[in-house]
Design a protein around this ligand. Structure first.
Ligand SMILES: Nc1ncnc2c1ncn2[C@@H]1O[C@H](COP(=O)(O)OP(=O)(O)O)[C@@H](O)[C@H]1O
Ligand SMILES: [Mg+2]
Length: 613
């Protein structure tokens, strides 16, 4: 078969072009299929066994990886090569899209659409694949590849990489089997990729670290400015310049140090994510919503469901089994900026449909901020209540404890996110530790999805008993290096909003001797008192309270109920605390709407005197 293309491949140049003749060198009239830019050429000709083309967004990493596979396939006839992305949609929109767009039909014999395998004119093949789940790499168990290229390498795990290295060999004599990755900094694999190529040291979890040889790893760093196509694209530059500082350093300059302290290093696509269709959420399972309010910044809203997981290793004697085998599934996302509280509530109601939502947890600052006479929480609550949803309750905003719980839920596979929650899945791997408060996560633009999800996990997880299970049992487990400490240390029980005090004492205080039990109980009780201490009523609330007959009578009913029921676990002090709490709550629920209604009905009374006739 006549050759339809020519390759110039020598130090300083890598170029593939169509040529009518086998003898004539490349001339300006020939179609050029690929001409490596300078930094791409350095990548193609770097000699190490494992190359990383790493750096900013847009210098041409994906394109170079595709042409590197073609280059290898052409060098060794009848060899096989493999190009991978983590998920199929990503593969479609990157490597496969470039293959269809840039590689002329005359360069290959056939392309199997179903298997995504190209057969080149010399009998070599290149397979396009993806490894969504951790174990998907084992589909290549029986195969051998002269070249394996992983696009967006930091989306993969070290285990996947190490397994693939075992498939990287070629029986053709004198061939040199090699692998390459192309990647931006950041994401779940940031730490191990940086260790191998940037820091030149075996990362934690690396099998047989004594065999690591830094000379096998070449790092070719690329900046956006290296791609002449984008070098003068002011609009693209502006987009990148507008990113938060750490992302800008990563995407514009390819700086690998910005993500040094990635917080959720346990997060894995495939392990912690699931296709929504693959789950069946029963209507009777508890569901709740969490909201991080924002106007200029987006508001982020998540829907969660407590799902009984199939019984795991816990035996029938294990009384922890039921709590530990509950998982939280975050199954819907709504992230948008510029919505008024009422519009946001409307959007939430529309998306909730007929689902039975037990609670709505809202960022606490929304209870203080006012855009009109009512707080954001009140405005949201009005619309939510009108559509049959609960009014929002303030979410627990203990950041450090919340991040630790989130970490533990991920680590113990107790939190799953459906893939339609794309912003949350993008955001989690990018969060880094705060230099000044290392237990906290650095606040950055774009972290709203994580904040909202945290509210849902902490406040909602308590209702579902998921967080409590972890804090109680995780506290006794020895800590591993680099792992955040448990949410509640065994010595310091913590008050949990929304859970009866008696239950909290039962759950959190494991000491058996009466003295330490008493000390712990007292500590919990005093924390509870702090939580329930009635806040002084604001002036307008105090005015509204004067109409609070209904509230008072409700409180009396409640007080009597306690007396009549004589609940053994409820000490008089507990009862007082609960009543105070109910008083606050009822004021909020009954009096505010009553006050607003009264205002609407009698505007003349509510309007301030103007002094004008
Ligand atoms: N050598 C090249 N010649 C022409 N266009 C290129 C070349 N390298 C990259 N490009 C184009 O630049 C854009 C960005 O390249 P891409 O490989 O997607 O970058 P990255 O993967 O680094 O984000 C794509 O449109 C690609 O086709
Ligand atoms: Mg790319």
């Amino acid at each position: 078969m006549a050759r339809k293309f020519r390759i110039l491949d020598s130090p300083g140049v890598f170029c593939v072009f169509g040529s009518a003749s086998d003898t004539r060198p490349y001339s300006a009239g020939d179609p050029c299929y690929y001409k490596a830019f300078e930094h791409q050429e350095r990548f193609h000709h770097a000699g190490a066994k494992y190359r990383l083309f790493g750096g900013a967004a847009g210098p041409g990493k994906t394109k170079a990886l595709l042409w590197e596979a073609i280059r290898q396939a052409q060098k060794v006839p009848r060899s096989d090569s493999l190009l991978l992305r983590r998920t199929y949609p990503e593969l479609e929109s990157s490597l496969l899209a470039y293959f269809r767009r840039d590689v002329p039909r005359s360069m290959y014999r056939r392309y199997n659409e179903a298997k995504h395998i190209v057969t080149w004119l010399n009998g070599s093949t290149t397979r396009f694949g993806y490894c969504r789940n951790e174990n998907d790499v084992y589909q290549y168990q029986g195969a051998e590849f002269l070249f394996i290229g992983l696009d967006e390498l930091t989306h993969f795990t070290l285990k996947q990489w190490q397994f693939l290295t075992s498939r990287n060999r070629c029986p053709v004599p004198k061939s040199f089997a090699c692998m390459a990755g192309a990647s931006n900094p950041g994401n779940i694999g940031h730490a191990w990729v940086k260790a191998l190529w940037v820091d030149h040291s075996p990362p934690p979890g690396y099998e047989r670290p004594e065999l690591y040889d830094g000379r096998d790893y070449d790092f070719i760093r690329a900046k956006l400015a290296d791609n002449p196509i984008y070098a003068n694209d002011a609009a693209y530059h502006r987009t990148l310049e507008a990113l938060p500082e750490h992302l800008r350093r990563a995407f514009l300059d390819g700086d690998w140090n910005v993500f040094a302290g990635q917080y959720f290093d346990v997060f894995e696509f495939g392990r912690h994510t699931v296709r929504a269709e693959a789950l069946r959420l029963e209507p009777w399972w508890p569901r709740w919503i969490s909201i991080d309010w924002g106007f200029q910044h987006p508001s982020a809203v998540y829907w969660h469901c407590a799902v009984p997981a199939p019984a795991q290793s816990a035996g029938p004697q294990d009384d922890n089994a039921s709590v530990l085998s509950t998982r939280i599934v975050t199954y819907r996302e709504f992230v948008q900026s510029g919505l008024s509280p009422r519009m946001l509530a409307q959007g939430i109601a529309e998306r909730s449909g007929r689902e039975r939502i037990s609670d709505v947890f809202l960022s606490p600052d929304a209870f203080a901020h006012r855009t009109s006479e009512a707080s954001i929480a009140e405005q949201l609550g009005e619309v939510l209540a009108a559509t049959g949803l609960p009014r929002p309750a303030p979410a627990d905003d203990d950041r450090i404890g919340g991040w630790q719980l989130t970490y533990q839920l991920l680590e113990s596979d107790a939190w799953l996110i459906t893939e339609n929650c794309a912003k949350l899945i993008d955001c989690l791997p990018q969060l880094v530790r705060d230099d000044r408060r290392v237990e906290d996560i650095r606040k950055v633009d774009g972290d709203d999805p994580a904040d909202a999800a945290r509210y849902g996990l902490v406040s909602g997880g308590r209702l579902a008993g998921v967080g409590a299970a972890l804090s109680r049992f995780g506290g006794d487990a020895p800590l591993r290096a680099g792992q955040p400490p448990p949410l509640y240390s065994p010595g310091a029980p913590r008050f949990i909003t929304g859970m009866p005090l008696g239950e909290q004492i039962a759950r959190q205080i494991s000491a058996t001797d009466p003295t330490s039990r008493a000390i712990h109980s007292q500590r919990l009780e005093s924390e509870a008192r702090k939580q329930f201490r009635p806040k002084p009523l604001s002036r307008c609330r105090a005015a509204a309270a004067s109409q609070g007959v209904e509230v008072e009578s409700l409180i009396q009913v409640l007080t009597r109920s306690f007396a009549v029921l004589g609940l053994e676990n409820v000490t008089p002090k507990d009862a007082d605390d609960i009543i105070e709490f109910m008083r606050e709550y009822l004021h909020h629920v009954y009096l505010m709407p009553a006050k607003l209604a009264a205002r609407k009905a009698a505007p003349a009374l509510a309007a301030p005197a103007t002094g004008k006739p």
